[in-house]
Design a protein. Structure first.
Length: 209
């Protein structure tokens, strides 16, 4: 019997992407075990979602630590104790340090609401609207320590409407995230996406912010 593919999800807010992953697991569309939710906001809705899904939760308050590295060392110890195969950043709003990035290089992915390399960083939907582009979308990529600069694993495009606002466009982007992120996780878990091959092609410190 093969061992389960273990993932940890990092999120800071409502957790709609976490819920999409949990729902895909429950529906048998995603053959992984969610071993942990990591959240930097103990009162966030995603914590309630994880509790309802029976997923263990690690919450913390960054201000209670002397540095980012300090709380990431705590998180790293937990990840290793649970033998996590893949870290999934799903709306996690904190800057990562080399403590986690180096430890999980090639085994950490992020979902970003733009067609990278366009509009990295914060407020990607707003950036797309301000630049007047006709097409945006989402990207799932490896985390390499730069600003949304890691190797791209998958993308989905979405046409921007003339009457779109930041709120309306964000609302239309979310379903794409909820569909694509679980699919990419499944492809990684089953070997359809070979992360070892991809990481061998691109050095970790290739493109930095």
């Amino acid at each position: 019997m093969s061992k389960p593919f273990r993932i940890a999800v990092f999120a800071s807010g409502s957790g709609s992407n976490f819920q999409a992953i949990a729902d895909a697991v429950k529906a048998g569309k995603l053959d992984v075990r969610i071993e942990l939710l990591v959240c930097d906001r103990p009162q966030a809705l995603v914590v309630e979602r994880a509790n309802n899904a029976g997923v263990p939760v690690h919450t913390f308050r960054p201000k209670e630590y002397p540095s980012r590295e300090a709380y990431e060392l705590d998180i790293l110890e937990i990840l290793r104790s649970k033998h996590i195969d893949l870290v999934v950043l799903a709306g996690y709003m904190r800057i990562l340090t080399p403590v986690l990035v180096d430890a999980y290089w090639g085994r950490m992915i992020n979902v970003h609401p733009s067609l990278l390399p366009s509009f990295p960083g914060l407020h990607a939907v707003r950036q797309a609207l301000e630049h007047g582009v006709k097409l945006t979308g989402i990207t799932v990529h490896l985390v390499d320590g730069g600003l949304d600069s890691g190797p791209i694993l998958a993308q989905r495009a979405l046409e921007i409407r003339q009457d779109d606002t930041e709120a309306s466009l964000s609302e239309r982007i979310h379903p794409l995230e909820h569909e694509l992120l679980p699919q990419v996780i499944q492809q990684i878990a089953t070997g359809q996406i070979d992360l070892d091959h991809i990481t061998n092609l691109k050095p970790k410190d290739g493109i930095q912010s």
